[in-house]
Design a protein around this ligand. Structure first.
Ligand SMILES: CC(C)(COP(=O)(O)OP(=O)(O)OC[C@H]1O[C@@H](n2cnc3c(N)ncnc32)[C@H](O)[C@@H]1O)[C@@H](O)C(=O)NCCC(=O)NCCS
Ligand SMILES: Nc1ncnc2c1ncn2[C@@H]1O[C@H](COP(=O)(O)OP(=O)(O)OP(=O)(O)O)[C@@H](O)[C@H]1O
Length: 197
């Protein structure tokens, strides 16, 4: 039996910090942001559809996707973000399901699916439990601004493009509070890991 843990939170709430910890314990992590990158590599249907919709100007000179530019477009405009989601979501889902099935075949006891849009994408229905990495909005905002060198206005737009983190916290099976030190956060995760089965 494989136990599938969904790990989510808001942008810059600390999911990667937690997933690094799982990896350090040799627990496989499927990272949806990485899958989302794989489906837009050069010569993929995903990238071709993005170019068809957003134009050639969305590429950098070597033919790769200009991620910074696409990010600034879609976090400014709900319709464009929804369009991008529609273009990529099926492919992302298929890839994630394939990776889950591969790990299950290897009889991994625990797999972590790290995915920012877990609830938005309905992945709560396929995981056994959901762990939400939670921080209050002010902490999220200041960490996002400093990590991605964003203005307050731009950082807020990114936060508000996602489901409210307070709502995710309410829906969660397990809440990890990441507003303190990283050490305090990892202690909570380690405690969950000790008792999960
Ligand atoms: C817009 C893109 C090109 C920006 O790339 P960039 O390398 O700058 O950021 P990265 O991919 O690492 O994402 C950073 C964070 O932004 C947030 N985010 C990304 N896409 C979305 C989205 N469509 N809606 C809301 N939040 C999003 C997530 O919290 C994510 O962790 C990229 O995020 C993308 O292709 N997004 C669409 C695919 C998607 O929905 N990814 C989310 C995981 S399934
Ligand atoms: N407990 C903490 N104390 C201080 N800084 C932290 C803490 N946890 C994470 N950070 C920092 O906050 C930023 C966001 O964390 P992280 O990248 O883990 O978030 P994320 O949820 O994976 O983000 P994204 O949704 O964008 O992928 C990073 O710069 C990270 O180093």
């Amino acid at each position: 039996m494989t136990y599938l843990l969904g790990l989510t939170g808001g942008i810059a709430s600390g999911k990667s910090t937690i997933s690094q910890f799982f990896k350090s314990k040799q627990i496989p992590v499927i990272d949806a942001d990485i899958v989302a990158r794989e489906v837009v590599e050069p010569n993929t249907t995903g990238l071709n559809q993005i170019v068809a919709h957003f134009g050639e100007g969305i590429l950098v000179s070597n033919g790769e996707l200009n991620r910074k530019k696409l990010g600034s477009i879609i976090f400014e405009d709900d319709k464009k973000r929804e369009r991008l989601n529609t273009i990529l979501s099926d492919e992302i889902r298929e890839n994630i399901l394939r990776k889950i099935s591969d790990y299950k075949k290897k009889e991994q006891p625990l797999i972590v699916l790290d995915i920012p849009l877990l609830y938005e994408g309905g992945y709560d229905k396929i995981v056994d439990r959901v762990m939400v990495c939670y921080v209050p909005k002010q902490v999220q905002l200041s960490r996002l601004m400093s990590r991605d060198s964003l203005s307050e206005v731009d950082a807020l737009k990114r936060i508000e493009s996602q489901m409210d983190l307070e709502e995710k916290k309410r829906l969660a099976d397990v809440v990890i509070d990441n507003s303190g030190s990283i050490e305090e956060t990892l202690k909570q995760v380690d405690n969950w890991l000790t008792h999960f089965s």
